[in-house]
Ligand binder design. Structure first.
Ligand code: BG6
Length: 296
């Protein structure tokens, strides 16, 4: 279903027979809503999100490409998140069959203006799929279509804002004992100690070469998000906490209590594509009652 969203921006709504749904804005190629079969919202979008170009929509799943963060010559998190994507009506076949699932294919190609800031030609295809159980899958295929023989290099993240009831009651499992780069300390490298990760202050870390499965437990709601990823070795964990929250204009002062970004990413070792080559990166999210998870 293709319709108008906030500020008249185009969006696509995916619905699954059991009642779950997702919304995808063409602006940013951005998922802004993911609801389970009870209609409960699982992603965080700020009440101050502007839904207006050129600012990226604050929340949902912005796509960071071709640069994650501020390390590099481009604007923070690259430009894919504030470009108008198109619906891809005739995508090349996917290796994984989306069968009778609800999905939408989007595409981003560089405009002439874009070529001035990043002088490469590419086709970025994004498929957003809502599975029968309400799982949300994002698959990106990025192809180098340069005709001048040049390779290009990029970093990437699915900047996923999860909605949580109370951040101080949230636990992340699957990242303990891993090495990470601390964005709050000039990307210095540290090793995570001890137990599952909990939150009591600002966090901005890039966990390196993580397992493909990460669990985010919302204790208050007795809900567990399971994030699975493929082709994306790293995982970013971000919460601005109170002080940083106040400095972000499109983010409410207290909203940090109700969100946590956990992002399938490729940051430490950038991806290089030769002309004609294609890269794939996938993130799959499910949300289940905590009691269903073994050992919890
Ligand atoms: C995170 C970064 O992924 O995104 C943080 O690690 C950054 O450093 C945050 O502050 C939000 O970025 P932005 O550009 O959307 O405000």
């Amino acid at each position: 279903e293709h319709c108008k969203g906030a500020n008249g921006l185009d969006k696509v709504v995916l619905r699954e027979v059991r009642g779950s749904s997702a919304e995808v804005y063409l602006y940013g190629g951005q998922v802004t809503s993911w609801k389970n079969e009870y209609g409960e919202e699982l992603l965080f979008v700020s009440s101050k999100a502007t839904f207006k170009s050129p600012k990226a929509i604050r929340g949902g799943i912005p796509i960071c490409f071709p640069q994650f963060g501020s390390h590099g010559s481009l604007e923070q998190h690259g430009f894919a998140r504030n470009r108008f994507w198109s619906i891809d009506h005739d995508p090349p076949p996917f290796p994984t069959n989306s069968g009778n699932k609800a999905f939408i294919d989007l595409i981003l190609k560089p405009s002439e203006e874009d070529s001035k800031i990043w002088s490469h030609r590419y086709e970025f295809r994004l498929r957003v799929t809502l599975g029968p159980g309400g799982d949300l899958m994002l698959t990106s295929r990025i192809r180098n279509t340069n005709t001048d023989g040049k390779s290009f290099t990029f970093t990437f993240a699915y900047h996923t804002y999860l909605f949580v009831t109370d951040i101080s009651e949230v636990r992340v499992e699957g990242l303990e004992t891993l090495d990470y780069l601390d964005n709050l300390k000039g990307r210095e490298r540290f090793t995570e100690q001890g137990d599952a990760i909990t939150f009591e202050s600002e966090v901005d870390k890039i966990y390196l070469s993580t397992p493909t499965k990460i669990a985010i437990l919302d204790h208050e709601r007795k809900r567990t998000f399971v994030l699975r990823k493929d082709g994306l070795p790293d995982a970013v964990v971000w919460n601005p906490w109170d002080k940083k929250a106040k400095a972000i204009s499109d983010f409410g002062d207290d909203e940090y209590k109700h969100m946590l970004c956990v992002e399938a990413a490729c940051v430490e070792k950038p991806i290089t594509l030769k002309p004609g080559e294609e890269w794939r990166g996938r993130q799959e999210l499910s949300a289940v009652p905590s009691s269903y998870c073994s050992g919890q």
